[in-house]
Design a binder for this molecule. Structure first.
Ligand SMILES: NC(=O)c1ccc[n+]([C@@H]2O[C@H](COP(=O)([O-])OP(=O)(O)OC[C@H]3O[C@@H](n4cnc5c(N)ncnc54)[C@H](OP(=O)(O)O)[C@@H]3O)[C@@H](O)[C@H]2O)c1
Length: 290
């Protein structure tokens, strides 16, 4: 056991069963930043991106978050190139519902025919027959929610999607969505320094839905030298990024952080956070520090 944890540290983060039937190690990986600037186009060094993804799996991470809109499709294609045929226990969560027309440009687009097209393209780009977790990247306010979730439910009935998740929603929206479809996860902005969506996390925890905090280390801001975690990190012999992630893992058993990085060194550092167990006092000190 200890040897295994040593070689595959992500296992130390514990397990959560997404949708009740897809067990993953709680510390995952976000593949958005493997693309070019503005989440647009190819990365400068695609071979390095492939090496990062292979290292992700070697470290015991078996939950990877991506989206059709990352690139677009660059992130999904890199995942396929690096990891297909996929390990049996790997869960790839992708998303649809944004259109892209240039670097940094994102527009919610939830028309049923677009969601169908994008999910079919994700299947092809990822090289899958079925997507384990398909997340509606944003609810499109111009399209009835029943139409957006209705199409995803159809895709589910056709066997193209296993589970449906949501992203960046309020508790009200989550409740409304759950009357229309079976929702297993919610992916919202949440980190030690930004806990605006505490109510969504609490709801997810009560209902045993996976809560996937995006921006978990706030683009490295929480890891910055002299930042809010620096002093506590030094006391603990850990880095600020590791403490930010250990805090999230400790915060809730339904928490599945997906830190993103294009660097193997940062990936290894972040994954080691799974092995850090914060005491109550440390948890409280971190909660108060940021
Ligand atoms: N649902 C949504 O709307 C939504 C929105 C945004 C993101 N996401 C998902 O969430 C994932 C994570 O979000 P994110 O990438 O915005 O935020 P993040 O994971 O908090 O931050 C990633 C950034 O932090 C840096 N970093 C990572 N590890 C570090 C470390 N140990 N020390 C210092 N800097 C470090 C990375 O730079 P290096 O590459 O140099 O390490 C990268 O620029 C994305 O990959 C994506 O899958 C979802």
């Amino acid at each position: 056991m200890s040897t295994n944890l040593h070689a595959r540290p992500a296992a130390a983060s514990g397990t959560f069963a997404v949708g009740g039937d897809l067990p993953v190690h709680r510390l995952g990986y976000g593949a958005m930043r493997l693309t070019g600037p503005g989440v647009w186009g190819d990365p400068e060094d695609p071979d390095e991106a492939v090496r990062v993804l292979r290292r992700v799996v070697e470290l015991g991470i078996n939950f990877i978050d991506t989206a059709d809109s990352y690139g677009p499709f660059v992130s999904e294609e890199l995942i396929r190139k690096a990891l297909h045929p996929y390990p049996d226990d790997l869960v790839i969560a992708t998303k649809g519902g944004f259109s892209r027309s240039g670097p940094g440009d994102w527009r919610a687009l939830g028309r049923p025919e677009y969601l169908r097209q994008q999910s079919e393209l994700s299947l092809r780009h990822l090289g899958l027959d079925r997507i384990d977790l398909y997340q509606l990247h944003r609810i499109d306010p111009k399209v009835p929610l029943a139409d957006q979730l209705g199409e995803l439910t159809l895709l589910q009935q056709e066997g193209k999607i296993r589970h449906i998740g949501l992203s960046q929603v309020s508790v009200e929206q989550l409740k409304q969505a759950r009357e229309l479809a079976t929702i297993v996860s919610v992916q919202n902005l949440y980190n030690l320094a930004n806990r605006t969506d505490e109510d969504v996390l609490e709801y997810a925890e009560r209902e045993n839905l996976a809560f996937i905090p995006w921006y978990p280390i706030a683009t490295g801001e929480l890891a910055r030298p002299g930042g809010p975690l620096d002093a506590i990190a030094k006391d603990h012999g850990a880095t600020p990024a590791q403490l930010a992630l250990a805090w999230l893992l400790r915060r809730s058993p339904v928490m599945l952080p997906i830190p993103g990085t294009a660097s193997i060194a940062h990936l290894e550092e972040n994954t080691e956070a799974a092995r850090i167990t914060l005491t109550d006092t440390e948890f409280e000190a971190l909660s108060a520090a940021a």
